[in-house]
Design a protein around this ligand. Structure first.
Ligand code: SF4
Length: 406
């Protein structure tokens, strides 16, 4: 994780009103030179100043499109580090991408380190020995560093998002960049989120370690843990597995547990019941118990399209849940968080209006602070992994975001 030095003193003492007025003045000063992006999990006081809001990849792609149209010079990404890297990869070289707080990282992305991934790849190839019928295709969730995306691009793999992981799994199982041979044995290495990987494998009918523990047969998924010797796996386990799941997770979505679903259903039993929708970064046990699972965009769409008078419990980051609750109240739709223990993305929460004003003040004075850059060779390979995903699912499908409501 990068380190953010303390902001100069004036920014620590400004009132909310002063911060808001300052930011809006800077937005006017910078005009089309500036585009501010707000991730769905960002707090309202930051979202209020964003030009676009959405989830990570869609936001980066929309920004690339908007920046080209407007001739934008600076994108200020109110999200986390990997999101700013993705924006840097997909935008023109003339656009500079800025993260208002350098310590806004992502615990999940940080769990897949480049060197560990190289070691894992060699470990897996060693376990497979000279089995020429066996091929491993890496897939990385877009919530990963640019170097992991580049590794995956370099080794014939693809990126995926939480809304297209199933299509990318299908692509890989059919052979990925080259058609699957008649007797070829394809394995997937899924980084860095074990839960999205396991939930997707399960949707394809594979037996997971969770199913095995429940007595449903021998597992076809295994966890590769870079903290353990040999990844915690024997050669035989690697050879038997169809999907190798990296031992990463989201520190927010892991807070949702199956018992939360039991409790909320019980609570609403005499109030017309409640529907439960969760993000696929939640554990398989939670996803299996929920009524629906889907990406943040899918969660928004599903609740927006639901009947008035319905109740919803949502298993994702609390800032988004509270915003949906506010927006849906007027339609008499009641939305609550699945876990009342404030499931907050604490790293994203580091970006506050004062950070935003500080970077904008600097831009007006001609100083670019907190610029996020990605080396050109890494960009090219990372772009390859993104291009393979877009070639499979179509850019249009991944290219929607919600205009910010300011
Ligand atoms: S919610 Fe989880 S996956 Fe998303 S940025 Fe925060 S820590 Fe990372």
């Amino acid at each position: 994780m990068l380190w953010q030095p303390a902001l100069p003193e004036p920014y620590q003492t400004l009132t909310d009103d002063e911060l808001n007025r300052g930011i809006e003045q800077r937005r006017r000063d910078l005009g089309d030179d500036l585009l501010i992006l707000g991730h769905h999990y960002q707090q309202d006081s930051v979202i209020a100043h964003s030009d676009l809001r959405g989830d990570s990849l869609k936001l980066a792609q929309m920004a690339a499109h908007e920046a080209a149209q407007r001739g934008t010079k600076y994108i200020v990404f109110c999200g986390v580090h990997f999101m700013a890297e993705t924006a840097e990869i997909v935008t023109e070289n003339s656009v500079q991408v800025i993260l208002p707080d350098l310590s806004a990282g992502c615990s999940m992305a940080d769990m897949a380190d480049y060197d560990d991934t190289v070691i894992a790849w060699e470990r897996i190839q060693h376990a497979l020995g000279d089995d020429s019928n066996c091929r491993v295709i890496p897939i990385t969730y877009v919530n990963s560093t640019a170097t992991i995306k580049a590794f995956v691009g370099q080794h014939g793999g693809s990126c995926c998002t939480s809304s297209n992981a199933d299509q990318i799994f299908q692509w890989a199982m059919e052979g990925g960049t080259q058609p699957k041979g008649k007797d070829e044995n394809i394995k997937i290495l899924f980084l860095p989120d074990q839960h999205l990987g396991r939930n997707t494998a399960s949707a394809f009918g594979l037996v997971t370690e969770v199913d095995e523990a429940a007595g449903k047969g021998a597992t076809e998924t295994v966890i590769y843990d870079p903290q353990l010797d040999d990844g915690g796996l024997t050669d035989q386990q690697i050879r038997n597995a169809k999907v190798l799941l990296w031992a990463g997770h989201c520190s927010v979505h892991k807070l949702f547990r199956p018992e939360h679903i039991d409790r909320i259903r019980e609570k609403y039993e005499n109030q017309g019941g409640i529907k439960v929708i969760v993000h696929p970064e939640c554990s398989k046990e939670v996803v299996d118990k929920a009524d629906y699972s889907g990406s943040t965009e899918r969660i928004l769409q599903t609740i927006s399209a639901s009947d008035t008078g319905t109740n919803w419990a949502v298993g994702t980051e609390v800032n988004l849940v509270n915003r949906i609750a506010q927006e849906q109240k007027q339609r008499d739709i009641h939305v609550v968080t699945l876990n009342e223990c404030q499931c907050l993305c604490t790293t994203m929460y580091r970006i506050e209006p004062k950070n935003l004003l500080w970077v904008l003040d600097n831009l007006v004075e001609g100083n670019v602070v907190n610029r996020i850059t990605v080396p050109e060779d890494v960009q090219k390979l990372a772009q390859l992994s993104l291009d393979r995903m877009l070639a499979k699912v179509g850019a249009a499908q991944e290219n929607q975001s919600v205009p910010a409501q300011t």
